[in-house]
Ligand binder design. Structure first.
Ligand SMILES: C[S@@+](CC[C@H](N)C(=O)[O-])C[C@H]1O[C@@H](n2cnc3c(N)ncnc32)[C@H](O)[C@@H]1O
Length: 390
């Protein structure tokens, strides 16, 4: 553990040096972005509060939920927290940031948030997620791990804490209050009411996808466009390439798997890879694909960063609707990496199909990576692009 500075206001101006009550730590985002900090005021506020209120007396059974890049996990590593997140990038960032601070990455107790063994925690720290569906799912999951004396504190930037956020704490956990704002962030305090009846709710959302046949698509709480088909995905589906040469397909950033499922239905490939950095996405894709095709097509489901771990020159068609933001930051670093990885895994003469918002300018990026880029179709909002590996 680094030497405590004790003074939060002496925060270093360097974007990678986080100075909080527990000490000074080096923190990077994943993917690394030198222009963006890997933590926010809501992390600093929470760390300051737990220190000032002496909530860190050992032994402590500590659970941290939705830590974005490890600010909380690294600063509180001495208390051996369990960390719960849906994000593989967050998990990787935590390990890298533990290493960067001479802490043991192998000690990370990571839980992917799909289930949580019922174990009572003394202190639960939550970064409020943008999605209310995810928060609701997580609070319900947490319920059996809350005892009468469990302290539950959430934090978030004030702009992302809504009445609905507080209502979820109130109805699932118990009486809820908030702190004053500090650097545009707030804390939420929820006091457990163990006699609160919380009716069962199925957290997955579902819709029927109609093409040459009907597919039931269900999605866990944190999955992109979980209640309906995204307009961009729809445009790509309407122009889904069909070619008997497409033996091996990859659905990159698969979400609930809609693109790969339709491609499988139209192309009958011998194998398909579904890849996403969200554990909930990959789990949803697996369920949806299994329901549609059983074991008739060989399918691999990978929680990974872009196509990391997929063999070079092993794929005939990559389908991709890239993310255009990571948490609250809009950026194209992940899209770039997706195009680079797509080119790497494609065989010669094989193709990448991308759909994106027109204003994102994917055409230029794809052309830079592949040396060619053709527009297949467009409407007022979206464009479908094709690039061929030469
Ligand atoms: C715009 S959504 C598309 C989802 C799905 N393909 C569809 O069309 O509905 C982008 C997806 O990329 C995933 N993603 C974001 N960053 C990623 C990364 N580094 N590696 C793999 N997937 C990522 C997100 O979790 C999300 O599911």
């Amino acid at each position: 553990m680094k030497k405590p500075t004790g003074n939060i206001e002496s925060s270093s101006k360097k974007l990678t040096e986080m100075s909080v009550s527990q000490g000074q730590f080096t923190l990077n985002r994943k993917p690394i972005d030198v222009k963006l900090q890997a933590w926010e005021a809501a992390d600093e506020y929470l760390l300051k509060y737990v220190d000032e209120q002496n909530l860190l007396a050992e032994p402590l059974s500590l659970l941290i939920i939705n830590d974005a890049f490890g600010a909380l996990t690294v600063a509180l590593a001495a208390y051996k927290p369990t960390t719960m997140s849906d994000s593989y990038l967050a998990q990787q960032a935590m390990m890298e940031n533990l290493s960067a601070n001479e802490l043991d990455p192998a000690a990370l107790k990571f839980n992917n948030g799909l289930s949580l063994p019922a174990k009572a925690f003394d202190l639960v720290l939550i970064k409020t997620p943008k999605s209310h569906a995810l928060l609701e799912f997580q609070l319900r999951l947490l319920k059996p791990s809350i005892g009468a004396n469990t302290i539950i504190i959430a934090s978030g930037m004030s702009r992302s804490i809504h009445n609905k956020t507080l209502q979820l704490f109130e109805t699932i956990v118990g009486p809820t209050t908030t702190s004053l704002a500090w650097k545009k962030s707030r804390l939420i305090f929820a006091t457990p009411n163990l006699s609160l009846e919380v009716p069962f709710a199925n957290s997955s959302d579902r819709f029927v996808l109609e093409t040459n046949r009907s597919f039931n698509i269900s999605s866990h709480a944190n999955v992109f466009s979980r209640g309906r088909l995204d307009e961009g995905s729809q445009l790509l589906i309407e122009h889904m390439p069909i070619n008997e040469q497409y033996r091996d397909i990859a659905d990159l950033g698969c979400g609930n798997g809609v693109l790969g499922i339709i491609a499988s239905s139209l192309n009958k490939p011998s194998s398909i890879i579904f890849a996403d950095e969200s554990y909930m996405a990959v789990s949803s894709a697996k369920q949806n694909f299994g329901e549609a095709f059983g074991k008739s097509i060989k399918a691999h489901f990978k929680v990974t960063d872009c196509l990391h771990g997929v063999e070079d020159e092993s794929i005939d068609l990559v389908l991709n609707n890239p993310p255009f933001h990571q948490l609250n930051a809009i950026g194209d670093a992940i899209a770039w990496q997706m195009f680079i990885d797509a080119r790497r895994v494609l065989r010669k003469d094989a193709a990448l199909y991308v759909v994106g918002n027109r204003h994102l300018g994917y055409h230029t990026k794809v052309k830079k990576v592949f040396g060619n880029c053709e527009m297949i179709t467009s409407n007022q909002k979206f464009v479908v692009l094709k690039a061929v590996k030469q």
